[in-house]
Design a protein around this ligand. Sequence first.
Ligand code: PA5
Length: 471
Amino acid sequence: MSNSIRYSAEPARQSISDAHWDGLSASLEAARKEVFSDVELFNSGGAVPEEKQPLDAGFIELPRRLLNDYEQNGEESLVGQILATAQVLREELDRLVVLGIGGSYMGMRALFEGLCDPFHNELPRPMRGDVPRLYFEGNNVDNDALQSLLMLLGTQCADPTDFAQRWGIVVISKSGGTLETAVSFRLFREALEEYYGESNRESTRYVVPITGESGKLRDFSNERGYPATFPIPDGVGGRFSIFTAVGLLPAAVMGMDILRLLEGAADITDNFRDADRGDNPVMDYTAVCHLLEKHSGLKTRIMSTWGKKMEASGLWYDQLLAESLGKNEQGALPLTIVNTRDLHSRGQQHQEGVRDKLITNVIIEKPDGDPISIPELAENRNQDQLNKFAGKTIPEVLDAAIKGTNQAYADVNRPTADIIIPELDAYALGQFYQMLMLATVLEGRLIGINPYGQPGVEAYKQNMNAILSGK
Ligand code: PA5
């Protein structure tokens, strides 16, 4: 595996007794077996026992299946169709609005922040890889944010013949009924039809729904005759859908290498299935998190990202863990931080606060761009006294911060572990997301919680709908 991510938990491992570490082997192995027997059950189409419902194990083999399908059927395959539609949107639009919430939003946001320039939307088109600007909406109920984006898209006075103003919509909702997304889709669809003219072909050509096999959005798409509507397959839950069209289509529009993304995910799935503990990031990560929660009370999992590009990936994981395992009054609390920024806000608590935290660092070894050095200045301009560090690069300063922080935690027995990403590319992120999805499911099986479904989220939705309906 080239550019493979690694998991290294040496400091955290010292807080786990050998008896606990070895004692977990049998139940961890049983949980791994259960994960794959779930896949078999899912693939068989047989009846799912009540205690296993819902069973959304479809994400596990999906990356390999999509790659095989693409190899065999090329343009006809789902990936082939995604690439073709992405090409149209990429070449004909300069702004793309992605509507969706939760699992229908956070994965693409993570990919966007991970793989695109931090100032992507502000760059001239040739400097952003000749791809559109990207905006997210439908992920909240926020009048000001909606109004600002609608204004930016210039529905009243914009000129559709000016390429720099041409825009389109990707609307994502598995159920097709989520109010936040549905309301924003109505607003942006109306704006789009006003912009291009209701009967003009752009008004359908530049709307791409991604939705479940049935539901309101599916029905609406069929009725409107949108030329491309992509599925979120049954058996793949929202927060596990990053390797369906939910992540793949917008990623392909943005010029990301979606085949490498899928290869990364497929390779780490193989590793999870075949490798022993010690050489299996999914098993090792799950074991460390679980044992430290169970025996040391570390119920808060800090994903400590060292670089702004991974913040949205951390937030994606916050949702994944919280919605999957936050059930039956169980489940660790996930919390993403970005360092060194948050050393100046949360660092104090991590160093000296309640001993309930496991810190997992996410470290990118090689920056994208050339390392910047601290310049040496003439003595009369050295009032900041930084000449003593002149010549040090920003990655060297970051490395010192990572080592210094981990050392400070180690000195007071605060456990840390590292997920190391050699280079931030599509392949590494494919591994990273699939690793964490598999680990979440594995842990669910280990502690007897169904990681799929989110029954607790329904309560607010029902109340909101009832209040709006005046009931
Ligand atoms: O993980 C999940 O299933 C949820 O977070 C959903 O993705 C979220 O509620 C949005 O649902 P939908 O895609 O049906 O609009």
